[in-house]
Design a protein around this ligand. Structure first.
Ligand code: ADP
Ligand code: MG
Length: 628
């Protein structure tokens, strides 16, 4: 018979499975059972909308049949089955669900992680079998077909006999090797425990003939072993169970079984609502950022079930973008089964559920922040940035929901603080919430602009994420306290006397400052006496809304509109350098120009801004080294 070739991608995946050294091979059974369950779902779904089909609970099941003599393991289901074309398309072509992740990851990893992370579906059978035979009869079809493959070199399809609708998969279990024992997949106790472990919540009975010892009829002490068909799984889905019957491990198991993530969830939220809208939901806050989280490829969404039947595997309308990290599922009786994606978007029930879920998540995060700070900080490290995006996006319409969930690193305790904590310990004379922006905590700590604010004993929030300043601009104020950058022109802290002093100094040296300003035409808006500098000679500050950090970020954006901060060069009049400037002004204008450029370039460097002409800067320094 003619052998057909696998699609190239499938072939690679298959080879990986065959040669897998993955320690958790047992998951092949979970994958095949979940496919069987999906196939029964499909028939169940059809029966709900098609009068001619009657879904009779007893006739739908999954059966597992090990046979030690033949060294085979059968997985039988009474699901919807597959036509010849479906066998070809579904088993010869890599599953869509896994393929995306597979493509991007396989390049870097050698395989065995991928299996655990993505659940590769049907092909996982090849981890334990050297031949896989699928006999299937599709609903509404007269013929049955047999698909068979012994590995990467291809597969065959031919007509065959099968009385009932459904699928029967036969795995020819591999022979044991020195390192690997495959016999365990023929052992009924081992199989039972694998089913319990991974497939306990499957909604259809998973049956198996189990050997039991029974008292012989009519005898007190004589026993016989008999084969008895039993249902191995408990069948009730976890979300229908009572919360206090469930342990954290149960939720964790569910999280893994569903492939929601490959980490441990940081928190689970089990919701049962029985009001205007009825639904059950289990939501998870993951611990780690999914590898594609901050990319375009990441899709948010929750699984959506209508009365126990999966209708959408990633319903985006259930989660706001700022909670896109939440994983989990929602089951509601109030949703119609055959509802299109477009209609679903506008469904009133769904909107109610989404709103409800949103406030539950907010509530849970708030209480985590209050009661389990350590956990919250771990969460915030992973997903805090997303919350800040949330404040910024949609024109700030979510800021009230999110502002109390924000945290920033602060100068006071050198750790994350909330805005509430900051404001509640502000000294009475402090008018603003101060922040400093920069690439890293270390760099901000050394910023000259922070000197005065720090000397006053005011706490400074450190903004190291690009989004921080934009988010804060959207907030504008917190509890009536406005935010202020330590680099902003007016810090709002000097006393009347200080102000007079500065004014006097500025007046006294007006010509010097004017001359310097002249040299920096087009580069800075003004040259001024600094109030904020204590030990440093020079820094940049900004007038207006756009700060230097914002300028840097805007510059890096693809549609750079050349938005610039209005920079002001500030000079510390108490620094020795100032005397050199004065002397140069009086004696040597050329030198003053040189000094002015040097100071300006130094200020740029401190800000992490690029020098317009590094070669010239270097020449200037050499000039000084030679003349002094
Ligand atoms: P996934 O389940 O993620 O789609 P799989 O590799 O597990 O990927 O399965 C591929 C496809 O093969 C399924 O989507 C389904 O269409 C089909 N399939 C697999 N097993 C069965 C089965 N027992 N009955 C009917 N169809 C099946
Ligand atoms: Mg599958």
């Amino acid at each position: 018979m003619e052998k057909k070739q696998f699609q190239a991608e499938s072939k690679r995946l298959l080879e990986m499975m065959i040669n897998s050294i993955y320690s958790q091979r047992e998951i092949f059974l979970r994958e095949l059972i979940s496919n069987a369950s999906d196939a029964i779902d499909k028939i169940y779904y059809k029966a709900l909308t098609d009068e001619s089909l009657r879904f009779d609970q007893d006739s739908y099941y999954i059966k597992i049949v090990p046979n030690k003599d033949e060294r085979t393991l059968k997985i039988i289901d009474t699901g919807i089955g597959m036509t010849k074309e479906e066998l070809e398309n579904n088993l010869g072509v890599i599953a869509k669900s896994g393929s995306l992740a597979f493509k991007s990851e396989v390049e870097q990893k050698d395989g065995h992680d991928i299996i655990g992370q993505f659940g590769v579906g049907f092909y996982s059978a090849f981890m334990v079998a050297d031949k896989v035979t699928v006999v299937s009869k599709a609903l509404g079809s007269e013929e049955a077909y047999k698909w068979e493959s012994s590995g990467a070199d291809g597969y065959t399809i031919e007509p065959c006999e099968k009385d009932t609708v459904g699928t029967e998969i036969t795995l020819s279990i591999k022979a044991n090797t020195e390192e690997d024992n495959y016999d365990e997949y023929l052992d009924e106790y081992r199989l039972q425990s694998i089913i319990k472990k991974y497939s306990d919540f499957i909604r259809y009975p998973i049956k198996m003939d189990v050997t039991t010892r029974k008292r012989k009829e009519g005898s007190d002490n004589e026993f016989e072993t008999v084969q008895e068909e039993q249902i191995i799984n408990s069948m009730v889905p976890i979300w229908r169970k009572n919360k206090n019957e469930l342990t954290p491990e149960d939720y964790e198991k569910f999280y893994n079984e569903k492939h929601y993530g490959f980490d441990k969830p940081l928190k689970h939220i089990h919701i049962s609502v029985d009001g205007a809208v009825r639904y059950n939901a289990i939501l998870f806050i993951p611990e780690k950022i999914p590898f594609d989280y901050y990319t375009r490829e990441y899709e948010k969404g929750l699984e959506l079930y209508s009365n126990g039947v999966l209708i959408m595997s990633k319903c985006p309308d259930l989660l706001p973008d700022y909670y896109s990290f939440v994983k989990g599922m929602v089951d509601s009786e109030d949703l119609s089964l055959n509802i299109s994606r477009e209609i679903l978007q506008h469904d009133r029930q769904l909107k109610l559920i989404a709103k409800n879920i949103k406030s539950k998540i907010t509530g849970q995060l708030q209480s985590m922040l209050k009661d389990d700070r350590e956990k919250y900080e771990a969460f915030y490290q992973s997903f805090g940035r997303q919350l800040k995006y949330g404040v910024y996006s949609d024109f700030g319409s979510n800021k009230d929901t999110l502002q109390d969930l924000l945290m920033f690193y602060s100068s006071k305790d050198k750790k994350l603080v909330t805005l509430d904590e900051y404001v509640s310990r502000m000294p009475e004379d402090q008018k603003y919430i101060y922040y400093a922006s920069g690439e890293s905590i270390e760099r901000i700590e050394k910023l000259p602009q922070t000197e005065l604010v720090a000397e006053k004993g005011y706490e400074i929030l450190y903004f190291t994420d690009e989004i921080d300043e934009f988010a804060i601009k959207m907030l504008m104020s917190y509890k009536d306290k406005e935010f202020k950058s330590v680099s902003s022109g007016d810090l709002g802290i000097d006393s009347k006397e200080d102000e007079k002093d500065t004014e006097a100094t500025e007046k006294e040296h007006k010509e010097l400052f004017d001359a310097m300003k002249q040299f920096l035409t087009g580069k800075v808006k003004d040259v001024r006496v600094s109030k904020r500098l204590k030990s440093h000679p020079v820094c940049l500050s900004t007038d207006g809304e756009v700060t230097i950090e914002m300028e840097k970020i805007l510059r890096a954006m693809p549609n750079n509109q050349n938005i610039q901060a209005e920079k002001v060069l500030e000079i510390n009049p108490n620094h020795e350098v100032f005397q050199s400037l004065q002397a140069a002004y009086e004696k040597d204008k050329e030198k003053l120009e040189l000094y002015t450029h040097l100071l300006y370039n130094q200020a740029l460097l401190i800000e992490g801004l690029p020098l317009q002409d590094p070669v010239e800067f270097s020449n200037h320094i050499c000039k000084i080294m030679v003349t002094s």
